[in-house]
Design a protein around this ligand. Structure first.
Ligand SMILES: [Fe+2]
Ligand SMILES: [Fe+2]
Length: 338
């Protein structure tokens, strides 16, 4: 028998991610101690690591390419990421491959545990370390949450209240939506003429070619509204001032995702026999448009991630004001006419 002190294990506190060093708490792989590894048996598929966080520390959200388990052996803290939950001594946290997870500790007793993997490769065996701070996945998730919140807005309520079941009401709605639809064309042209990088230019060209003239599918005279116009101009200015990743986030992750949700919902509420060209075309195209270019988000770092989260929050807020104005104008006109 023998007793092995935790202090004899190698301690890792940072890992390199691109040009950044990220703090990960105090991490002690069992395989760093020769006699411990001999005892466990080198051929065993299981890997063990002692992990700890002191009060005020965080192990930022990340993912692994293998299933993982954390047995909390001391203290308490918060699991963050795909699941947010308080954890304490005795809890067993199961973390499937690819799940975004991290830990924070706000308590004086700290948080300690044993991390276990089952498939022959531990998290800290290789040079690359089996850990990814996948900020693009987290950005997409954050954006999706913002979109979900927007689905409760008056603009989306119009559909639930049956705007598409009455031809005249639908026409009124489309006339107001057309103000935005025309502006959207200008936004895409502004993006096009401000992009030089061929990777982005190719993508943006492919997109604009599928959008040109869609505003013309909405019948009626061109109207003007100060709120829709100025909110639309916010997007125009962003196309002229932002970098390509930012333009991608605004146009695809926000505007097109919103378009996808809108057209899909509208089609659901519309009388199927009366699904007009505008709706069926966009319900078909916008799902693809919402995901266009997500591979170009690539390996954004933590700083970009924070900036892009702020940007998408702002874009959703402006879009919400704009589309709620479309709803407000429509309701006012319907109340006057009917
Ligand atoms: Fe982890
Ligand atoms: Fe689209």
């Amino acid at each position: 028998m023998q007793v092995i002190s935790i202090d004899t294990l190698k301690t890792i506190t940072h890992i390199q991610q691109g040009d950044q060093e990220v703090y990960i708490g105090q991490v002690r792989p069992f395989h760093s101690n020769e006699s411990l590894m001999k005892y466990i048996n080198h051929s065993s598929q299981a890997r063990f690591t002692h992990v700890s966080l002191a009060q005020g520390e965080e192990h930022k959200p990340h993912m692994h390419d293998t299933n993982s388990m954390l047995i909390v052996t001391e203290g308490k803290g918060a699991l963050i990421g795909d699941l947010s939950k308080e954890v304490k001594k005795g809890d067993i946290v199961c973390i499937p491959k690819g799940a975004v997870h991290g830990f924070q500790c706000h308590y004086p007793e700290g948080l300690e545990g044993i991390s276990i993997q089952f498939e022959g490769e531990g998290l800290f065996d290789s040079e690359e370390k089996n850990i990814r701070f996948d900020y693009s996945k987290r950005l997409l998730q954050h954006n999706m949450d913002l979109c979900k919140a927007f689905e409760l807005s008056p603009f989306f309520q119009l559909m639930e209240e049956g705007i598409f079941n009455d031809a005249d009401k639908k026409t009124t709605f489309y006339q107001n939506l057309k103000i935005w639809s025309e502006k959207f064309q200008d936004i895409l042209f502004a993006r096009q003429c401000s992009t030089i990088d061929p990777k982005f230019k190719t993508l943006f060209t492919e997109h604009i070619l599928e959008e040109i003239g869609h505003d013309k599918l909405l019948k009626g005279k061109t109207k003007w509204d100060p709120i829709i116009d100025s909110c639309g101009d916010w997007f125009m200015v962003k196309m002229l001032q932002s970098d390509n990743i930012e333009k991608l986030v605004i146009t695809h992750m926000v505007l097109e995702l919103c378009g996808d949700v809108f057209h899909t919902k509208a089609l659901k509420f519309a009388d199927q026999s009366d699904a007009d060209d505008y709706l069926s075309l966009h319900a078909h195209l916008d799902e693809g448009h919402a995901h266009m270019g997500s591979e170009l988000l690539g390996h954004i770092n933590e700083k970009q991630f924070d900036g892009l989260c702020d940007l998408s929050e702002r874009a959703w807020k402006i879009l919400e004001i704009l589309l709620n104005r479309v709803a407000e104008l429509t309701v006012a006109e319907i109340n006057k006419k009917f």
